[in-house]
Design a protein around this ligand. Structure first.
Ligand SMILES: [Zn+2]
Length: 440
């Protein structure tokens, strides 16, 4: 399943580098990749043996890290709009029961194409039939952190026990250069204590991430409290499963005590502002407090059924606006912080900040070239480039994208797949899925 060898060296010359290094430097500079990693940052990069890309007129930006999605749901965009989470899930569960591995793969290819074309180079996914998502990731060249959904055996539509399926999936894909398999207990509302401890043990044994939904709605929190006497985070702490290499999506309804527990246990957080707003979660995730407590917070788009986009550019914009408005504080979540969440902090939430999230020597060469002459980046001054990325840049400004130093988008075209073929495959999948939706 491994790809053939590392990408040949590339030198990007005279780019506006948005490094996201510790000093958050923005430099006019060259960048050389070698063996899939960043080998040199600075003026006059050595050009021996390298393809030279004239990057004058482009910002060179770390690839975005989408910290929570269900990418294979691409054919379900618009299928359950304008409904609250309960109504939304009713539709989604009905459609889910009709999904096949083939249509999951077709959907994943479409979702991955959308992500690559908007500058995302890594994503954390939660779904089933994840082999199909893994094949699509490998084919199109994106870095996939892929979580096999686990829930109580009596609640699943999966063949066999979900935990066994997750274990087998991890076995099949571990060690792959682009795909990092992991276990994904869906949430406290479908996972009992045995399922949680089994998932934790599997993640510990294999050294993988463990990804889950957490405290998305008041209903989830109140029902769990009624059942167990404890709020979800307090309960997870009490049963002893919280620890390193865990990433929790949503985290809208948290108490101060729960924020402190999550930070102390080193839980990564995927903030899904658009999805929470659209499904009317009612609250706003305490991103500022989580960050102040030391938690690593990234941004997740969630699926296109609840967002309805996989664009991290849109996600930064929305996440910033909602925090500012909610807190009556225009300085809350600044442009720089938003770009941090989309890059280096998202990488930290996934335990991968030594490899991903910034343009520094030794890191993986996952990056985008963003057109500085696009109308949404005017005036494109170096001192405003971070602002443009966080608040105004359109997806169409993303010109080229590299993963492990290999081009995956060039001149807004996928390098390793044809959008026409991907689109018609996903449209065919949508045909039967839309037929299965319950009518009001
Ligand atoms: Zn989700």
């Amino acid at each position: 399943m491994a790809r053939s060898g590392p990408a040949p060296p590339v030198v990007f010359t005279d780019a506006l580098l948005v490094t996201q290094d510790a000093a958050r430097r923005v430099l006019r500079s060259d960048l050389r990749t070698e063996g899939g990693r960043i080998a040199y940052v600075g003026p006059h990069a050595p050009r021996e043996g390298a393809e030279v890309v004239d990057a004058h007129g482009y910002a060179c930006v770390p690839g975005f890290v989408n910290a929570h999605t269900h990418v294979a749901m691409a054919p379900l965009r618009g299928i359950a709009d304008d409904r609250d989470l309960a109504g939304f899930l009713e539709t989604l569960f009905a459609v889910d029961a009709h999904r096949t591995e083939a249509d999951v793969e077709a959907g994943a290819r479409a979702g991955i194409a959308e992500m690559l074309l908007s500058g995302t180079t890594s994503f954390l996914d939660l779904y089933y039939f994840e082999d199909a998502v893994a094949r699509a990731s490998e084919a199109l060249g994106i870095r996939g952190f892929l979580g096999w959904a686990v829930l109580d055996p009596e609640l699943t539509t999966q063949q066999g026990k979900p935990l066994d399926n997750a274990r087998a999936f991890i076995d099949r894909w571990k060690g792959h250069p682009l795909v990092r398999p992991l276990v994904a207990p869906q949430g406290v509302y479908v996972c009992n204590e045995a399922t949680w401890t089994g998932a934790r043990a599997l993640a510990d044994r294999e050294g993988t991430l463990c990804h889950f939904h957490l405290s998305e709605t008041r209903r989830e929190v109140h029902e769990h409290e009624a059942k167990t006497g404890k709020r979800p985070v307090v309960w997870l702490e009490a049963i002893g499963v919280l620890g390193p290499r865990m990433v929790a999506a949503h985290c809208v309804w948290l108490t101060g005590e729960e924020i402190a527990i999550l930070a102390r246990r080193g839980i990564g957080i995927a903030h899904c502002a658009s999805s929470n707003l659209k499904l009317a979660s009612g609250g706003v995730a305490p991103v500022v407090e989580l960050r102040a407590a030391g938690a690593a917070v990234g941004l997740g788009t969630d699926s296109v059924a609840s967002n309805n986009s996989l664009s991290m550019l849109r996600e930064m914009h929305v996440a910033g606006l909602v925090q500012k408005n909610q807190r009556w504080d225009a300085a809350a979540l600044s442009a720089q912080e938003l770009l941090d969440l989309a890059t280096i902090e998202g990488a930290r939430a996934l335990g991968a900040s030594d490899e991903l999230g910034s343009l520094e020597v030794g890191k993986r060469a996952d990056l985008s070239l963003v057109r500085l002459d696009h109308p949404t980046l005017l005036p494109a001054r170096p001192e405003a480039i971070v602002s443009h990325l966080a608040y105004s840049a359109a997806e169409e400004a993303i010109d080229s994208v590299y993963v492990d130093g290999a081009p995956v988008v060039r001149g807004r075209r996928l390098v390793r797949g044809s959008w026409d073929a991907i689109r018609s495959g996903a449209e065919a999948a949508a045909e039967s899925l839309w037929a299965a939706r319950p009518r009001p």
